[in-house]
Design a protein. Sequence first.
Length: 320
Amino acid sequence: MDKIAKIIEESDNIAVIAHIDEDCDALCSSLAMLEMLKNKGKNAVYFVSGPVEHKISFFEKNYVIFDESYSDNVYDLVICLDSADELRLGKRIALVKNAKKTINIDHHYTNTMYADENRVNGDISSTGEMIYDLFAEMNVEITQKIAEYLYSAIMGDTGCLKYNCVTPKTVMIISKLMKTGIDHAKLCRKLFDTETINAVKLKADIMKNIKSCFGGRVSMVSVDQDEFEKYGMSEKDIGDIVNIPRCIEGTEIAVSLRKTPEKIKISFRSNGRYNVSEIAKKFGGGGHVMAAGASITGCELDEAEKKVTEAIGEVINGRI
Ligand SMILES: [Mn+2]
């Protein structure tokens, strides 16, 4: 049996954590892992970093929102999912430090291999797909609940099977998950085709202010905190706004900047020509070739836009 599977089988008190600001892959991979552990009779808990974003908040809330009162907890095993490095675990890193054993399962090729046992493969679409493989090795019964989680995790990171990271194997796994009888259309509608009226209005405002540079090869959107507040929303209530500029014809790199009280979050998407994780790295971030992120503190949006444009310029001008 694989080492990771063996460690899981041999551990009783287990904590599951994934990267901060949980996305669909992070949340649903973790929920699938939690479900599997509970089905095996393990004493397992999944700690999220804070309230999860609105779009993925309909899943069963059988997780615990982490706060410092849990910092001294000691687990036999802490399983870290979908997190490229320790910084992305936020305050929950305390659990990793205290743990008797740690496992890291991730598909970011920038992963720093921070656990005792690391299973990292940057060529796999999603952590959800890696969890499916692990469960297959462990002969885990794929219940409908687990299938719903893994299906959502994979769909989340593949843009509903649209992105480069999708392989024939990804599609085969989706097919197997569908065979359990899950209501996949309903899940997709809830996850990807449902917006609140305020989210649509906010997006309309964002669209009016799309910036285009480098002859249209770079498209950028920015949202200030007061724009979220205008519609009574937080930046957690609106998903990937970087998909707005990504769709514009001629765009090779799409960027979004979101101002929160603490920092400016930057998302990068590539349409194939450039490795945006290299740009994210310039700001202390990371991610994948086609999708990456970082954050900037201590400046206003316009200054952050300038810095990002300069960093992209270095990459674009270096290549062409
Ligand atoms: Mn992921």
